[in-house]
Write a protein that binds this ligand. Structure first.
Ligand SMILES: [Zn+2]
Length: 457
Protein backbone atom coordinates (compact mmCIF):
# COMPACT_ATOMS: atom_id res chain seq x y z
CA UNK A 1 0.00 0.00 0.00
CA UNK A 2 1.58 3.23 -1.20
CA UNK A 3 1.59 6.20 1.20
CA UNK A 4 -0.79 8.83 -0.13
CA UNK A 5 -0.44 12.50 0.72
CA UNK A 6 -3.04 15.21 0.22
CA UNK A 7 -2.92 18.92 0.92
CA UNK A 8 -5.12 19.77 3.86
CA UNK A 9 -6.76 23.19 3.69
CA UNK A 10 -7.09 23.36 7.48
CA UNK A 11 -3.38 22.97 8.35
CA UNK A 12 -2.09 24.24 5.00
CA UNK A 13 0.16 21.19 4.91
CA UNK A 14 0.45 18.15 2.70
CA UNK A 15 -0.67 15.39 5.06
CA UNK A 16 -0.34 11.64 5.05
CA UNK A 17 -3.69 9.98 4.45
CA UNK A 18 -4.43 7.84 7.50
CA UNK A 19 -6.65 4.83 6.81
CA UNK A 20 -8.60 2.95 9.48
CA UNK A 21 -7.42 -0.41 10.84
CA UNK A 22 -8.62 -2.35 7.78
CA UNK A 23 -7.48 0.25 5.30
CA UNK A 24 -10.83 1.99 5.24
CA UNK A 25 -10.84 5.56 3.98
CA UNK A 26 -14.02 7.59 4.32
CA UNK A 27 -14.40 10.36 1.75
CA UNK A 28 -17.26 12.85 1.92
CA UNK A 29 -17.55 15.32 -0.95
CA UNK A 30 -20.26 17.95 -1.08
CA UNK A 31 -22.58 17.28 -3.98
CA UNK A 32 -24.93 19.47 -5.94
CA UNK A 33 -27.89 21.51 -4.82
CA UNK A 34 -30.43 20.03 -7.19
CA UNK A 35 -32.21 23.04 -8.68
CA UNK A 36 -30.94 22.96 -12.29
CA UNK A 37 -28.79 20.88 -14.63
CA UNK A 38 -25.15 20.72 -13.57
CA UNK A 39 -22.27 22.32 -15.45
CA UNK A 40 -18.66 21.30 -15.95
CA UNK A 41 -17.67 23.11 -12.76
CA UNK A 42 -20.00 20.84 -10.74
CA UNK A 43 -18.65 17.80 -12.57
CA UNK A 44 -15.10 18.53 -11.42
CA UNK A 45 -15.47 17.36 -7.79
CA UNK A 46 -17.50 14.35 -9.01
CA UNK A 47 -14.61 13.35 -11.30
CA UNK A 48 -11.81 14.18 -8.84
CA UNK A 49 -13.28 12.31 -5.88
CA UNK A 50 -14.50 9.36 -7.98
CA UNK A 51 -10.98 8.96 -9.35
CA UNK A 52 -9.41 9.41 -5.91
CA UNK A 53 -11.59 6.50 -4.77
CA UNK A 54 -10.41 4.42 -7.75
CA UNK A 55 -6.77 5.16 -7.05
CA UNK A 56 -7.08 4.30 -3.34
CA UNK A 57 -8.81 1.01 -4.19
CA UNK A 58 -6.05 0.28 -6.71
CA UNK A 59 -3.48 0.79 -3.94
CA UNK A 60 -5.28 -1.65 -1.64
CA UNK A 61 -7.20 0.78 0.57
CA UNK A 62 -10.93 0.32 1.19
CA UNK A 63 -12.42 3.67 0.25
CA UNK A 64 -16.05 4.67 0.78
CA UNK A 65 -17.17 7.68 -1.22
CA UNK A 66 -20.17 9.72 -0.14
CA UNK A 67 -21.46 12.52 -2.36
CA UNK A 68 -24.63 14.06 -0.98
CA UNK A 69 -27.60 15.62 -2.72
CA UNK A 70 -28.83 18.89 -1.25
CA UNK A 71 -32.53 18.63 -2.05
CA UNK A 72 -33.79 21.29 0.38
CA UNK A 73 -32.74 24.82 -0.48
CA UNK A 74 -34.02 28.30 -1.27
CA UNK A 75 -32.80 27.93 -4.86
CA UNK A 76 -34.99 24.83 -5.26
CA UNK A 77 -38.10 26.70 -4.03
CA UNK A 78 -37.40 29.49 -6.50
CA UNK A 79 -36.66 27.17 -9.45
CA UNK A 80 -39.70 24.96 -8.70
CA UNK A 81 -42.00 27.99 -8.59
CA UNK A 82 -40.61 29.14 -11.93
CA UNK A 83 -41.16 25.65 -13.38
CA UNK A 84 -44.66 25.52 -11.88
CA UNK A 85 -44.14 22.22 -10.04
CA UNK A 86 -43.93 21.30 -6.35
CA UNK A 87 -40.38 21.72 -5.05
CA UNK A 88 -40.02 18.03 -4.12
CA UNK A 89 -40.94 17.05 -7.66
CA UNK A 90 -38.54 19.60 -9.13
CA UNK A 91 -35.72 18.30 -6.91
CA UNK A 92 -36.44 14.70 -7.99
CA UNK A 93 -36.34 15.71 -11.64
CA UNK A 94 -33.01 17.46 -11.16
CA UNK A 95 -31.62 14.46 -9.26
CA UNK A 96 -32.56 12.24 -12.22
CA UNK A 97 -30.86 14.69 -14.60
CA UNK A 98 -27.75 14.84 -12.40
CA UNK A 99 -27.57 11.04 -12.25
CA UNK A 100 -27.96 10.71 -16.02
CA UNK A 101 -25.33 13.40 -16.68
CA UNK A 102 -22.78 11.93 -14.26
CA UNK A 103 -23.56 8.30 -15.30
CA UNK A 104 -22.55 9.30 -18.82
CA UNK A 105 -19.03 10.03 -17.56
CA UNK A 106 -18.58 6.29 -17.05
CA UNK A 107 -16.97 6.59 -13.61
CA UNK A 108 -19.61 4.66 -11.65
CA UNK A 109 -21.71 5.96 -8.77
CA UNK A 110 -20.47 7.04 -5.33
CA UNK A 111 -20.98 4.40 -2.62
CA UNK A 112 -23.64 6.57 -0.97
CA UNK A 113 -25.68 9.50 -2.27
CA UNK A 114 -27.67 10.63 0.75
CA UNK A 115 -30.45 13.20 0.40
CA UNK A 116 -31.05 15.88 2.97
CA UNK A 117 -34.77 15.04 2.90
CA UNK A 118 -33.96 11.48 4.00
CA UNK A 119 -31.66 12.58 6.85
CA UNK A 120 -34.05 14.82 8.78
CA UNK A 121 -34.03 12.84 12.06
CA UNK A 122 -30.21 12.86 12.45
CA UNK A 123 -30.16 16.54 11.49
CA UNK A 124 -32.75 17.43 14.15
CA UNK A 125 -30.89 15.34 16.75
CA UNK A 126 -27.60 17.11 15.99
CA UNK A 127 -29.24 20.54 16.27
CA UNK A 128 -30.86 19.49 19.56
CA UNK A 129 -27.43 18.51 20.92
CA UNK A 130 -26.05 21.92 19.94
CA UNK A 131 -28.96 23.68 21.67
CA UNK A 132 -28.52 21.53 24.82
CA UNK A 133 -24.80 22.32 25.01
CA UNK A 134 -25.31 26.08 24.56
CA UNK A 135 -23.76 26.23 21.08
CA UNK A 136 -27.11 27.06 19.49
CA UNK A 137 -30.32 28.90 20.39
CA UNK A 138 -33.88 29.08 19.19
CA UNK A 139 -35.29 32.36 17.96
CA UNK A 140 -38.89 32.65 16.63
CA UNK A 141 -38.86 29.08 15.32
CA UNK A 142 -35.39 29.40 13.76
CA UNK A 143 -32.31 27.90 15.39
CA UNK A 144 -28.91 29.59 15.08
CA UNK A 145 -25.39 28.46 15.78
CA UNK A 146 -23.70 30.68 18.36
CA UNK A 147 -20.40 31.30 16.58
CA UNK A 148 -18.77 33.03 19.58
CA UNK A 149 -19.21 29.81 21.58
CA UNK A 150 -16.66 28.09 19.33
CA UNK A 151 -13.38 30.02 19.72
CA UNK A 152 -11.61 28.17 16.88
CA UNK A 153 -14.14 29.53 14.37
CA UNK A 154 -12.47 30.85 11.21
CA UNK A 155 -9.54 28.42 11.25
CA UNK A 156 -10.45 26.64 8.00
CA UNK A 157 -10.96 29.71 5.85
CA UNK A 158 -8.35 31.66 7.79
CA UNK A 159 -10.58 34.66 8.10
CA UNK A 160 -11.05 37.15 10.83
CA UNK A 161 -14.55 36.52 12.23
CA UNK A 162 -15.21 40.28 12.21
CA UNK A 163 -14.84 40.32 8.42
CA UNK A 164 -17.18 37.38 7.78
CA UNK A 165 -20.55 37.49 6.15
CA UNK A 166 -22.72 34.37 6.36
CA UNK A 167 -24.60 35.45 3.26
CA UNK A 168 -27.99 34.83 4.83
CA UNK A 169 -31.14 36.73 3.99
CA UNK A 170 -31.52 40.15 5.55
CA UNK A 171 -34.74 39.14 7.34
CA UNK A 172 -32.88 36.85 9.73
CA UNK A 173 -30.63 39.63 11.10
CA UNK A 174 -33.14 40.63 13.81
CA UNK A 175 -33.41 37.03 15.01
CA UNK A 176 -29.69 36.56 15.60
CA UNK A 177 -27.81 37.39 18.79
CA UNK A 178 -24.79 38.19 16.65
CA UNK A 179 -24.58 38.87 12.89
CA UNK A 180 -21.89 36.17 12.71
CA UNK A 181 -24.33 33.42 13.76
CA UNK A 182 -25.78 31.17 11.07
CA UNK A 183 -29.00 29.19 10.68
CA UNK A 184 -29.27 25.52 11.61
CA UNK A 185 -33.05 25.36 11.30
CA UNK A 186 -35.45 27.72 9.56
CA UNK A 187 -39.11 28.08 10.47
CA UNK A 188 -41.49 27.45 7.60
CA UNK A 189 -42.09 30.55 5.51
CA UNK A 190 -44.96 31.61 3.31
CA UNK A 191 -44.72 29.88 -0.07
CA UNK A 192 -42.49 26.99 1.02
CA UNK A 193 -44.16 23.70 0.16
CA UNK A 194 -41.92 21.35 2.16
CA UNK A 195 -41.53 21.34 5.95
CA UNK A 196 -40.77 18.87 8.72
CA UNK A 197 -41.73 18.83 12.41
CA UNK A 198 -39.08 19.65 15.00
CA UNK A 199 -38.84 20.65 18.67
CA UNK A 200 -38.79 24.28 17.41
CA UNK A 201 -41.85 23.94 15.21
CA UNK A 202 -42.34 23.16 11.54
CA UNK A 203 -39.48 24.07 9.28
CA UNK A 204 -36.45 22.81 7.44
CA UNK A 205 -32.74 22.44 8.05
CA UNK A 206 -30.12 24.95 6.96
CA UNK A 207 -27.64 23.83 4.32
CA UNK A 208 -24.52 23.45 6.49
CA UNK A 209 -26.05 21.18 9.14
CA UNK A 210 -27.25 18.74 6.46
CA UNK A 211 -23.70 17.82 5.54
CA UNK A 212 -22.48 17.51 9.15
CA UNK A 213 -25.33 15.07 9.84
CA UNK A 214 -25.08 13.07 6.60
CA UNK A 215 -21.31 12.70 6.89
CA UNK A 216 -21.50 11.50 10.50
CA UNK A 217 -24.35 9.10 9.70
CA UNK A 218 -22.42 7.36 6.92
CA UNK A 219 -18.74 7.74 7.85
CA UNK A 220 -18.67 8.41 11.59
CA UNK A 221 -16.39 11.14 12.94
CA UNK A 222 -12.78 11.99 12.19
CA UNK A 223 -12.99 10.27 8.80
CA UNK A 224 -10.15 10.58 6.29
CA UNK A 225 -11.11 13.21 3.71
CA UNK A 226 -13.76 15.90 3.49
CA UNK A 227 -13.81 17.40 0.04
CA UNK A 228 -15.55 19.84 -2.21
CA UNK A 229 -14.99 22.88 -4.35
CA UNK A 230 -12.84 25.72 -3.00
CA UNK A 231 -15.92 27.96 -3.13
CA UNK A 232 -17.31 25.91 -0.22
CA UNK A 233 -14.49 26.64 2.25
CA UNK A 234 -16.42 29.61 3.63
CA UNK A 235 -19.03 29.59 4.92
CA UNK A 236 -20.16 26.01 4.20
CA UNK A 237 -17.19 23.97 5.41
CA UNK A 238 -16.19 26.41 8.11
CA UNK A 239 -19.69 25.95 9.51
CA UNK A 240 -19.76 22.17 9.09
CA UNK A 241 -16.47 21.94 10.97
CA UNK A 242 -17.67 24.20 13.78
CA UNK A 243 -21.04 22.45 14.25
CA UNK A 244 -19.64 18.95 14.45
CA UNK A 245 -16.69 19.80 16.62
CA UNK A 246 -18.84 21.88 18.98
CA UNK A 247 -21.43 19.10 19.31
CA UNK A 248 -19.12 16.07 19.42
CA UNK A 249 -15.82 17.49 20.72
CA UNK A 250 -14.14 15.54 17.94
CA UNK A 251 -13.11 16.68 14.46
CA UNK A 252 -15.35 15.90 11.51
CA UNK A 253 -12.49 14.94 9.18
CA UNK A 254 -8.72 14.56 9.16
CA UNK A 255 -8.03 16.21 5.81
CA UNK A 256 -10.01 18.97 4.10
CA UNK A 257 -9.40 18.66 0.34
CA UNK A 258 -10.61 21.37 -2.03
CA UNK A 259 -10.69 21.44 -5.79
CA UNK A 260 -10.25 24.67 -7.74
CA UNK A 261 -12.95 26.23 -9.88
CA UNK A 262 -13.58 25.74 -13.58
CA UNK A 263 -13.46 29.21 -15.07
CA UNK A 264 -15.28 30.02 -18.27
CA UNK A 265 -12.82 31.86 -20.41
CA UNK A 266 -13.38 33.81 -23.55
CA UNK A 267 -10.50 33.80 -25.94
CA UNK A 268 -9.46 36.80 -27.95
CA UNK A 269 -11.20 37.25 -31.27
CA UNK A 270 -14.33 35.48 -32.43
CA UNK A 271 -16.03 36.53 -29.22
CA UNK A 272 -19.54 35.68 -30.32
CA UNK A 273 -18.73 32.11 -31.24
CA UNK A 274 -16.83 31.64 -27.97
CA UNK A 275 -19.72 32.94 -25.94
CA UNK A 276 -22.16 30.63 -27.65
CA UNK A 277 -19.93 27.62 -27.38
CA UNK A 278 -19.01 28.23 -23.75
CA UNK A 279 -22.60 29.07 -22.84
CA UNK A 280 -24.04 25.82 -24.18
CA UNK A 281 -21.29 23.36 -23.61
CA UNK A 282 -20.72 24.56 -20.08
CA UNK A 283 -23.60 22.27 -19.12
CA UNK A 284 -22.20 18.81 -18.45
CA UNK A 285 -24.88 16.99 -20.45
CA UNK A 286 -24.27 19.23 -23.49
CA UNK A 287 -20.50 18.81 -23.23
CA UNK A 288 -20.77 15.03 -23.13
CA UNK A 289 -23.22 14.97 -26.06
CA UNK A 290 -21.03 17.24 -28.16
CA UNK A 291 -17.59 15.84 -27.36
CA UNK A 292 -18.03 12.49 -25.64
CA UNK A 293 -17.35 11.62 -22.00
CA UNK A 294 -13.63 10.93 -22.57
CA UNK A 295 -13.08 14.54 -23.65
CA UNK A 296 -14.75 15.86 -20.49
CA UNK A 297 -12.86 13.52 -18.14
CA UNK A 298 -9.62 14.12 -20.08
CA UNK A 299 -10.11 17.88 -19.74
CA UNK A 300 -10.65 17.64 -15.99
CA UNK A 301 -7.65 15.39 -15.29
CA UNK A 302 -5.40 17.62 -17.42
CA UNK A 303 -5.25 20.14 -14.56
CA UNK A 304 -4.12 19.66 -10.98
CA UNK A 305 -7.28 19.41 -8.89
CA UNK A 306 -6.31 22.35 -6.69
CA UNK A 307 -5.66 24.77 -9.56
CA UNK A 308 -8.32 26.71 -11.41
CA UNK A 309 -9.11 25.15 -14.78
CA UNK A 310 -9.75 27.45 -17.74
CA UNK A 311 -12.68 26.35 -19.84
CA UNK A 312 -12.72 28.10 -23.18
CA UNK A 313 -13.83 27.11 -26.63
CA UNK A 314 -11.28 24.53 -27.69
CA UNK A 315 -10.68 23.07 -24.22
CA UNK A 316 -12.65 19.92 -24.96
CA UNK A 317 -11.25 19.66 -28.49
CA UNK A 318 -7.73 19.77 -27.04
CA UNK A 319 -8.60 17.01 -24.59
CA UNK A 320 -10.11 15.00 -27.41
CA UNK A 321 -6.96 15.46 -29.51
CA UNK A 322 -4.88 14.08 -26.62
CA UNK A 323 -7.29 11.17 -26.31
CA UNK A 324 -7.00 10.52 -30.01
CA UNK A 325 -3.20 10.14 -29.68
CA UNK A 326 -3.79 7.51 -27.00
CA UNK A 327 -6.36 5.63 -29.10
CA UNK A 328 -3.94 5.62 -32.04
CA UNK A 329 -1.22 4.14 -29.85
CA UNK A 330 -3.47 1.19 -29.04
CA UNK A 331 -4.67 0.85 -32.60
CA UNK A 332 -1.33 1.03 -34.33
CA UNK A 333 0.34 -1.99 -32.81
CA UNK A 334 0.62 -4.55 -30.08
CA UNK A 335 3.20 -5.28 -27.41
CA UNK A 336 5.97 -7.80 -27.90
CA UNK A 337 5.39 -10.83 -25.67
CA UNK A 338 6.83 -10.96 -22.16
CA UNK A 339 6.57 -9.26 -18.81
CA UNK A 340 6.67 -5.46 -18.66
CA UNK A 341 10.19 -4.17 -19.16
CA UNK A 342 11.99 -2.16 -16.43
CA UNK A 343 11.42 1.02 -18.47
CA UNK A 344 7.66 0.34 -18.55
CA UNK A 345 7.58 -0.42 -14.84
CA UNK A 346 9.53 2.76 -14.06
CA UNK A 347 6.88 4.82 -15.91
CA UNK A 348 4.16 2.98 -13.99
CA UNK A 349 5.82 3.75 -10.67
CA UNK A 350 6.26 7.41 -11.58
CA UNK A 351 2.59 7.61 -12.62
CA UNK A 352 1.38 6.07 -9.34
CA UNK A 353 3.77 8.22 -7.30
CA UNK A 354 2.36 11.31 -8.98
CA UNK A 355 -1.16 10.35 -7.88
CA UNK A 356 0.09 9.53 -4.37
CA UNK A 357 1.66 13.00 -4.21
CA UNK A 358 -1.39 15.22 -3.72
CA UNK A 359 -3.24 13.51 -6.56
CA UNK A 360 -1.19 15.10 -9.32
CA UNK A 361 -3.11 13.96 -12.41
CA UNK A 362 -1.25 16.21 -14.91
CA UNK A 363 2.08 14.75 -13.81
CA UNK A 364 0.58 11.25 -14.08
CA UNK A 365 -0.74 12.08 -17.56
CA UNK A 366 2.75 13.27 -18.59
CA UNK A 367 4.19 9.93 -17.42
CA UNK A 368 1.58 8.10 -19.45
CA UNK A 369 2.53 10.05 -22.57
CA UNK A 370 6.17 9.37 -21.73
CA UNK A 371 5.39 5.67 -21.73
CA UNK A 372 3.66 5.95 -25.10
CA UNK A 373 6.67 7.81 -26.54
CA UNK A 374 9.09 5.21 -25.14
CA UNK A 375 7.11 2.38 -26.71
CA UNK A 376 6.91 4.18 -30.04
CA UNK A 377 10.70 4.52 -30.14
CA UNK A 378 11.14 0.80 -29.55
CA UNK A 379 8.48 -1.85 -28.91
CA UNK A 380 8.34 -2.60 -25.18
CA UNK A 381 6.78 -5.65 -23.61
CA UNK A 382 3.89 -4.71 -21.33
CA UNK A 383 3.59 -1.12 -22.59
CA UNK A 384 -0.04 -1.37 -23.70
CA UNK A 385 -1.13 -3.51 -20.78
CA UNK A 386 0.35 -1.04 -18.30
CA UNK A 387 -0.95 1.98 -20.22
CA UNK A 388 -4.45 0.45 -20.11
CA UNK A 389 -4.18 -0.09 -16.35
CA UNK A 390 -3.07 3.53 -15.80
CA UNK A 391 -5.77 4.93 -18.10
CA UNK A 392 -8.32 3.24 -15.85
CA UNK A 393 -7.05 5.33 -12.95
CA UNK A 394 -7.77 8.47 -14.95
CA UNK A 395 -11.25 7.25 -15.90
CA UNK A 396 -10.15 6.86 -19.53
CA UNK A 397 -10.03 3.07 -19.86
CA UNK A 398 -12.30 3.19 -22.90
CA UNK A 399 -9.42 4.71 -24.91
CA UNK A 400 -7.52 1.44 -24.56
CA UNK A 401 -10.52 -0.72 -25.26
CA UNK A 402 -10.97 0.61 -28.74
CA UNK A 403 -14.20 2.23 -27.65
CA UNK A 404 -14.46 5.90 -28.20
CA UNK A 405 -14.50 7.11 -31.72
CA UNK A 406 -12.80 4.79 -34.14
CA UNK A 407 -15.32 3.04 -36.28
CA UNK A 408 -15.54 -0.42 -37.71
CA UNK A 409 -14.47 -0.65 -41.34
CA UNK A 410 -18.10 -0.59 -42.37
CA UNK A 411 -18.76 2.54 -40.31
CA UNK A 412 -15.66 4.28 -41.62
CA UNK A 413 -16.67 3.45 -45.20
CA UNK A 414 -20.16 4.85 -44.57
CA UNK A 415 -18.66 8.00 -43.07
CA UNK A 416 -16.50 8.50 -46.17
CA UNK A 417 -19.57 7.99 -48.37
CA UNK A 418 -21.46 10.57 -46.32
CA UNK A 419 -18.64 13.06 -46.80
CA UNK A 420 -18.79 12.49 -50.54
CA UNK A 421 -22.55 12.97 -50.55
CA UNK A 422 -22.18 16.21 -48.62
CA UNK A 423 -19.48 17.34 -51.02
CA UNK A 424 -21.98 16.78 -53.84
CA UNK A 425 -24.62 18.61 -51.80
CA UNK A 426 -26.75 15.44 -51.74
CA UNK A 427 -27.94 16.12 -48.22
CA UNK A 428 -30.80 13.63 -48.35
CA UNK A 429 -28.30 10.85 -49.02
CA UNK A 430 -25.97 12.21 -46.31
CA UNK A 431 -28.81 12.14 -43.78
CA UNK A 432 -29.74 8.62 -44.82
CA UNK A 433 -26.17 7.48 -44.15
CA UNK A 434 -26.15 9.26 -40.80
CA UNK A 435 -29.30 7.32 -39.84
CA UNK A 436 -27.70 4.06 -40.97
CA UNK A 437 -24.64 4.84 -38.80
CA UNK A 438 -27.00 5.52 -35.91
CA UNK A 439 -28.49 2.04 -36.33
CA UNK A 440 -24.96 0.66 -36.18
CA UNK A 441 -24.38 2.52 -32.90
CA UNK A 442 -22.39 5.50 -34.14
CA UNK A 443 -22.98 9.20 -33.88
CA UNK A 444 -21.43 11.50 -36.42
CA UNK A 445 -19.80 14.67 -35.06
CA UNK A 446 -18.95 17.41 -37.47
CA UNK A 447 -15.83 19.10 -36.15
CA UNK A 448 -13.44 21.72 -37.49
CA UNK A 449 -11.19 18.85 -38.62
CA UNK A 450 -13.98 17.07 -40.45
CA UNK A 451 -16.58 14.49 -39.50
CA UNK A 452 -15.78 11.91 -36.81
CA UNK A 453 -17.50 8.83 -35.52
CA UNK A 454 -18.32 8.55 -31.87
CA UNK A 455 -19.60 5.35 -30.33
CA UNK A 456 -23.00 5.76 -28.69
CA UNK A 457 -22.74 4.88 -25.02
ZN1 LIG B 1 -21.73 20.08 2.11
Amino acid sequence: MRDVRIRDTLSGEVKLLEPGPDGEVGIYACGPTVYGPIHIGNARPFVVFSLLRRFLAHEGYSPTLVINLTDINDKIYVAAAAAGVPSAEHAERMIAAYRADTDALGLGRPDHEPKATETIAPIVALIADLVASGHAYESSGDVYFRVRSFPAYGQLSNRDPEAMDQGEEAGSADLKEDPLDFALWKARKEGEDTAWPSPWGEGRPGWHIECSAMAEELLGLDFAVHGGGSDLVFPHHENELAQTEAARERPLAKIWMHNGMVQAQRDRGDAEKMAKSVGNVFLLGEAVRAHGPEAVVGFIVSGHYRQPLAFGAGALEEAEARNQRIREFFREGSDPPGDPTPAVLARREAFLDALADDFNTPRALAELFGLLADARREPLAGARAVAAELLGLLGLESLAEGRGDEGSEEAEALLAERERARGERDFARADEIRDRLGELGWDVRDTAEGARLVRRS
